[in-house]
Design a protein around this ligand. Structure first.
Ligand code: NAP
Length: 204
């Protein structure tokens, strides 16, 4: 099973605010997120789910949390989950609640038997899953966020980590009337010898 991280970051590695907002509006990048993840299981942290405001439709939502009830942060209303730990909502979004990223990845592999799972944030989920990940899809937003209460995820905290990844594709999106910032989407894959280690490790 391939594990793929999908994230948008500012120049100073901000992914959102502690209040749950994403400090830019790029409909084209949201479409990229929707189109890329459509139909695949998505692993999501509790605060990101509450910031999205609802489960992601047309995907199996694997929610990482110690809680069982969730609130739409903006509207301050409960996110309606009909069953306790796993189920399907009226809108047809499937979900399961698990306690760790490892449990989430195992669920995707062993229960859903998917070929591909997306890691959809936030910070702790990205950081804990990077060791299992085969692909990084990073939207680099051409903005520096100055706010204080921000959430930071640096995919490449060291040269060692950066050297594990090679760029396989990059698409630049200049700003336009609906997307007021330039951004680039870069696809990285983990270098092959590290992928082999990953598979061997998981066969034991
Ligand atoms: N730019 C992007 O691409 C992007 C994507 C997604 C989200 N975001 C933004 O990121 C921000 C939210 O990120 P965040 O890092 O604050 O929160 P988060 O990771 O979404 O959620 C944190 C919660 O998830 C659970 N959790 C997270 N990591 C865990 C781990 N390793 N093991 C067990 N449980 C874990 C815990 O839930 P419990 O407390 O319930 O136990 C924790 O309190 C928001 O601003 C959101 O808009 C940005």
């Amino acid at each position: 099973m391939k594990v793929s991280i999908i994230v948008a970051v500012s120049k100073n590695n901000v992914i959102g605010t502690k209040a749950g907002d994403i400090p830019w509006e790029l409909p084209k990048d949201l479409k990229h997120f929707r189109d890329t993840t459509h139909g695949f299981p998505c692993i999501i942290g509790r605060i990101s789910l509450e910031a999205f405001g609802d489960l992601l439709p047309n995907r199996f939502n694997i929610i990482v949390s110690s809680k069982k009830e969730f609130i739409n942060i903006r509207e301050k209303i409960a996110i309606n989950l009909p069953e306790y730990e796993t189920g399907i909502t009226e809108k047809g979004a499937q979900y399961v609640i698990v306690k760790s990223v490892k449990e989430a990845v195992d669920y995707a592999k062993d229960i859903l038997k998917t070929d591909l799972v997306y890691i959809c944030g936030g910070k702790g989920i990205y950081e804990d899953s990077q060791q299992y990940s085969h692909e990084l899809i990073i939207t680099d937003v051409d903005v520096h966020i100055e706010e204080n209460d921000v959430v930071i995820y640096n995919p490449f905290p060291s040269n060692d980590e950066r050297n594990k990844w090679k760029v396989v594709n990059q698409i630049h999106h200049p700003k336009d009337h609906q997307n007021n910032l330039d951004f680039s989407i870069t696809y990285y894959v983990k270098n092959e010898e590290i992928l082999i280690d990953y598979k061997v490790e998981n066969q034991n």
